[in-house]
Design a protein around this ligand. Structure first.
Ligand SMILES: *[C@@H]1O[C@H](CO)[C@@H](O)[C@H](O)[C@H]1NC(C)=O
Ligand SMILES: *[C@@H]1O[C@H](CO)[C@@H](O)[C@H](O)[C@H]1NC(C)=O
Ligand SMILES: *[C@@H]1O[C@H](CO)[C@@H](O)[C@H](O)[C@H]1NC(C)=O
Ligand SMILES: *[C@@H]1O[C@H](CO)[C@@H](O)[C@H](O)[C@H]1NC(C)=O
Ligand SMILES: *[C@@H]1O[C@H](CO)[C@@H](O)[C@H](O)[C@H]1NC(C)=O
Ligand SMILES: *[C@@H]1O[C@H](CO)[C@@H](O)[C@H](O)[C@H]1NC(C)=O
Ligand SMILES: *[C@@H]1O[C@H](CO)[C@@H](O)[C@H](O)[C@H]1NC(C)=O
Length: 361
């Protein structure tokens, strides 16, 4: 038993992405989130953009390559080889996460064919598919793309592209989708939901549905963020966790966001400890609703009790180990369904030099 476990441990550690890679992906994710900052609730998937954009990155010529290195927050001394190895490890690791499905696909106009080496690279590194498509037949093309997405998202998203957006002038469409369906390891019981006040700022409140439970969770305070509290809720039988970051002040979110880059999120778990926490979070529409009800694991009584009451705007991150797959903020607006701001990174590339990716006759 022990020997087997050690073997698994070694095996896993040999598949870990290096620290430079983790830090660069984290810095890209936080920067992107800050750039898209707005008052309303929103969610983005930096990992999805990573997968789609790196498919282009791997086929870019020298000039574009250097620009993309900077744009993607890779250090200048980092090699393409290192980047590809790390992306390969990341996509392999994510493939083994229960409940998580990732699809990366490149649709190439039928008049063009991908170069052999390029095709091999994105298949090997990103586990991506490449398909030939007739963009001139826009109705069929839209149908095909939309049904790919519908299948990957279990019919949660039925239309990602309109037929009118497709025409024969398009060289390729690059698409990535990440779908995750998880169940909380410690479920919130329906009987423990209640209507309370959610603070939009110091004084104004809106009524909101809250769910609550008291269990042992990983919890801590982030010094660099004025001791904002951080809580990690694990998903059942999975490497996935949802991290919640709550500012101390009711109106503290903008200031917290502006300081987020100061924190090493990839080792945030090190400042957190297992402790009994009374968790209260609003119900909002991502993956929370389906998790209500069920049985709560009984835990022993804690010596010290902590509270995590998310009754004012906060940040959440869906993580696979320490990789940020989704990052969002919840600010109390619950009128519209909570969907990703840019659900799928659909990239049209009208003026990119594709000569390293496609055979140009
Ligand atoms: C964020 O915005 C800055 C300034 O416009 C830009 O330089 C940077 O590349 C952006 N970062 C991301 C990840 O979009
Ligand atoms: C790149 O440079 C940084 C310092 O700027 C250094 O810490 C890191 O080890 C270097 N990485 C490689 C792969 O040379
Ligand atoms: C796409 O393929 C069609 C032929 O089906 C061709 O007429 C068109 O020029 C091609 N477009 C591009 C951007 O290559
Ligand atoms: C953000 O940083 C500034 C300057 O260091 C500090 O005054 C402020 O309290 C910080 N805010 C948060 C929420 O961390
Ligand atoms: C989530 O969305 C559904 C449908 O859009 C809606 O019926 C439900 O009330 C929403 N739940 C919350 C907590 O906003
Ligand atoms: C939960 O654990 C406490 C303390 O060990 C015990 O008193 C209580 O009866 C348990 N509850 C259930 C439902 O098992
Ligand atoms: C595209 O890149 C290729 C090889 O990297 C180069 O030979 C060609 O001149 C470039 N084309 C344009 C329009 O820049």
């Amino acid at each position: 038993m022990k020997v087997l476990f050690m073997f698994i441990g070694l095996f896993q550690s040999s598949l870990t992405q290096d620290r430079t890679f983790l830090l660069s992906r984290q810095s890209f994710a936080i920067d992107l989130f800050k750039n898209l900052s707005r008052p309303e609730s929103f969610i983005i998937s930096p990992a999805s953009i990573d997968f789609a954009v790196s498919a282009l990155f791997f086929g870019s010529s020298q000039q574009t390559f250097m620009e993309m290195m900077t744009g993607l927050h890779f250090p200048k001394n980092y090699s393409m080889n290192m980047i590809q190895n790390n992306f390969m490890l990341l996509s392999r690791n994510l493939k083994n996460v229960k409940g998580l499905e990732i699809g990366t696909i490149m649709y190439v106009n039928e008049s063009l064919t991908p170069q052999h080496n390029y095709k091999l690279t994105i298949q090997r590194v990103l586990n991506a598919e490449i398909e030939s498509i007739a963009f001139a037949q826009n109705v069929q093309a839209a149908q095909r793309i939309n049904s790919y997405v519908a299948q990957k998202t279990h019919n949660m998203i039925m239309e990602v592209i309109d037929q009118n957006a497709i025409n024969s002038g398009i060289t390729m469409i690059l698409l990535n989708c990440i779908y995750f369906k998880g169940t909380w390891q410690y479920k919130f019981l329906k009987k423990n939901t209640f209507t309370g006040k959610f603070f939009l700022d110091e004084t104004n409140t809106v009524p909101a549905q809250f769910m609550t439970q008291k269990t042992y969770f990983s919890f801590g305070y982030i010094e660099e963020l004025n001791y904002a509290s951080v809580l990690s809720l694990p998903y059942k039988n999975s490497d996935m966790t949802m991290l919640f970051v709550l500012p101390r002040k009711k109106d503290g979110l903008p200031s917290l966001i502006s300081n987020m880059s100061m924190v090493d999120w990839s080792s945030i778990d090190k400042i957190m400890g297992e402790i009994e926490v009374k968790v209260t979070i609003p119900k909002f529409n991502i993956s929370f609703e389906q998790d209500v009800d069920g049985t709560l694991k009984n835990v022993s009584v804690a010596s010290r009790e902590m509270e995590f009451i998310a009754d004012h705007p906060f940040i959440f991150m869906l993580r696979a180990k320490s990789s940020i797959l989704f990052i969002g903020q919840y600010t109390g607006d619950n009128s519209k369904p909570f969907v990703e701001t840019a659900p799928f990174e659909t990239t049209y590339i009208p003026d990119l030099n594709v000569s390293n990716m496609l055979n140009m006759e």
